[in-house]
Design a protein around this ligand. Structure first.
Ligand code: GDP
Ligand code: IMO
Ligand code: MG
Length: 428
C-alpha cells in the first residue's frame, strides 16, 4: 500500500501526530500538505514529548524524508526555530524538503490576522493568530509570496510592496504600526541561502518515489470540520484539510492513493469558536477536559469537550472517502458508568442522520444520544482488542458501525506503544 493520507475526522487535535508517527516508520516519505504553524502535533516516544507545528511529525521516524508540500503556508522564522529546537533534541532534520511553490507567511499577515479578529468583535473565529487565513487569502488573491520568490530579490521587493500597501492602510485605520516594504523584503531575503538547499519540486519527487514503489504518507493538519469548503464555515481554517487537499497540496493524483485514514477521538473536542452540538459546558465537560488533558498544543487554550458525535464522523467518512479510522484516547473514557453516543440530530423537530449543510440548521441541531454502558478498568496496558473490557469492545464496535468505517487501531495512551492495532495498514 504505497500512498496513505492521514487526516483529522473531527475538529482537530485527534492525535494525528501519534498516528503519523506510528504509520510513519513504515514509510519512506511524510508529506505535510496543508495549514502551517496553526497545527500542533504531539508525539510521545519513551516519555519524551515532541510538539511539531510546521515540521511533519514524520520527521521523528528514522529514514523518513520529511516534506513540506505546496499547500502549506510557511512562517520561515518559525521553520528555522523549529528545526533548531528539534536538531538540539537529536532529531535529524537534514533531509527536509520544501516545495518551491509553498506560500510564505510574511510578518504583516500575522498582524492582519490579529486585526481581523479584533474587527470581528464578538463574531471572532478564535484563530491561532499565526497569519494563516490572510496568507491563504493573499494566495487566492494572487498577491502571495512564494518560497521561489526568495531567489529573485527585485521581484520579491515588488511583490511585497504590492501586497503590503492595502495592509498598511488597515493598520493605520485600526491604530497599529505600519510596516516598511523594504524591511520586510530584507527580512525575507535573510533566509534565502539557508532555505535554498531544501527547495524541491515536491510533485516530481513524490510521484517518482511512488513510481519506484516507495511508500508515502500525507499528513494533514487541522481537520474535516475545519475545512474551508466542508467545515463549519466561517468557523474554519483557510485550507482544505480533507483528502482532496492532500492531492492539490502536494501535486499527486487521486489514482495514486491507496488508503485514507481518518483520526478520530473516542469523544469530541474543539478549540476556538463555532457550533459544536455535543459540547458539554458543565462539570462533566470540565472533567473530560481534565481527564483527557485537553489544552491546545499551539496556543495553550483549553479545548471545548463533548461526547462522540457520529454524525460528523460519518460525514468525514463520506467527504474524505475514508478507508480506515484510527480511534484515539479510548483510555480517557474509563470510569464512566455509561457513555452517551450521539447517533443523529434533531433539527426543527425532524430527525436527521446526515450533517445539515445549512449552518443555521447545524447550530440548532440537538444531539440524539444512545447510552452505552461504561467500564471501570484501566485499559492503558491493553495491546489487543480481546484484552479490552467487554463494554469497551462494544463501544468501539458500535462506533465503527455508526461511523460507517472500520476502526483500524485504538489508542489507549499517548505513548508510541500505547495502541491496539486491529490489522496492519501497511504490509508488516
Ligand atoms: P493532533 O493535532 O491531531 O496531532 O493532536 P494533538 O497532539 O494536538 O492532541 C492529541 C493529544 O492526545 C496529544 O497530547 C497526544 O499525546 C494525546 N494522545 C494521542 N493519542 C492518545 C491516546 O490514545 N490516549 C491518550 N490518553 N492520549 C493520546
Ligand atoms: P491540529 O493540526 C485544532 C482552529 C482555530 C480556529 C480555526 C481557525 O493540531 O489539529 P486558523 O489559525 O487556522 O485560521 O484558525 O481553526 N484550528 C485548530 N484547531 N487543531 C488545529 O490543528 C487547528 N488549527 C486551527 O482554533 O478555531
Ligand atoms: Mg493539535
Amino acid at each position: 500500500m504505497p500512498a496513505v493520507i492521514v487526516l483529522g475526522a473531527q475538529w482537530g487535535d485527534e492525535g494525528k501526530g501519534k498516528a503519523t508517527d506510528q504509520i510513519g516508520h513504515l514509510t519512506n516519505y511524510v508529506v505535510k500538505f496543508n495549514g502551517g504553524n496553526n497545527a500542533g502535533h504531539t508525539v510521545v516516544i519513551d516519555d519524551e514529548k515532541y510538539a511539531l507545528h510546521l515540521l511533519p511529525a514524520g520527521i521523528l521516524s528514522r529514514g523518513v524524508t520529511p516534506i513540506i508540500g505546496n499547500g502549506v503556508v510557511v512562517d520561515i522564522e518559525v521553520l528555522f526555530q523549529e528545526i533548531e529546537e528539534m536538531t538540539a533534541r537529536g532529531v535529524d532534520c537534514s533531509k527536509l524538503k520544501i516545495s518551491s511553490n509553498a506560500h510564505i507567511i510574511p510578518s504583516y499577515n500575522r498582524f492582519i490576522d490579529q486585526a481581523n479578529e479584533k474587527a470581528r468583535g464578538h463574531n471572532l473565529i478564535g484563530t491561532t493568530g499565526r497569519g494563516i487565513g490572510p496568507t491563504y487569502a493573499d494566495k487566492m488573491n494572487r498577491i502571495g509570496i512564494r518560497i521561489q520568490d526568495l531567489f529573485a530579490p527585485e521581484t520579491l521587493a515588488e511583490k511585497v510592496a504590492l501586497a503590503l500597501a492595502p495592509k498598511n492602510e488597515i493598520f493605520q485605520a485600526v491604530g497599529m504600526d505600519t510596516l516598511d516594504a523594504a524591511e520586510v523584503t530584507q527580512e525575507l531575503l535573510s533566509y534565502a541561502e539557508r532555505i535554498r538547499p531544501m527547495v524541491s519540486d515536491v510533485s516530481l519527487e513524490v510521484n517518482n518515489a511512488l513510481d519506484r514503489g516507495e511508500t508515502v504518507l500525507f499528513e494533514g493538519g487541522q481537520a474535516t470540520m475545519l475545512d474551508i469548503d466542508h467545515g463549519t464555515y466561517p468557523f474554519v481554517t483557510s485550507s482544505n484539510p480533507t483528502a482532496g487537499g492532500a492531492l492539490t497540496g502536494s501535486g499527486v493524483g487521486p489514482t495514486r492513493i491507496d488508503r485514507v485514514v481518518g483520526v478520530a477521538k473516542a469523544y469530541t473536542t474543539r478549540v476556538g469558536e463555532g457550533p459544536f452540538p455535543t459540547e458539554l459546558t458543565d462539570e462533566v465537560g470540565e472533567e473530560l477536559r481534565t481527564k483527557g488533558g485537553e489544552f491546545g498544543v499551539t496556543t495553550g487554550r483549553p479545548r471545548r469537550t463533548g461526547w462522540f458525535d457520529a454524525v460528523i464522523v460519518r460525514y468525514a467518512t463520506r467527504v474524505n472517502g475514508l478507508t480506515d479510522i484510527c480511534l484515539t484516547k479510548l483510555d480517557v473514557l474509563s470510569g464512566y458508568k455509561s457513555i452517551p453516543l450521539c447517533v443523529a440530530y434533531e433539527v426543527d423537530g425532524v430527525r436527521t442522520e446526515d450533517m445539515p449543510l445549512d449552518q443555521g440548521a447545524f447550530e440548532r441541531a440537538i444531539p440524539i444520544y444512545e447510552e452505552m454502558p461504561g467500564w471501570d478498568d484501566d485499559i492503558s496496558q491493553c495491546r489487543s482488542f480481546d484484552e479490552l473490557p467487554e463494554n469497551a469492545q462494544a463501544y468501539v464496535t458500535r462506533l465503527e458501525e455508526i461511523s460507517r468505517c472500520r476502526i483500524q487501531s485504538i489508542g489507549v495512551g499517548p505513548g508510541r506503544e500505547a495502541t491496539i492495532v486491529r490489522y496492519p495498514l501497511l504490509g508488516e
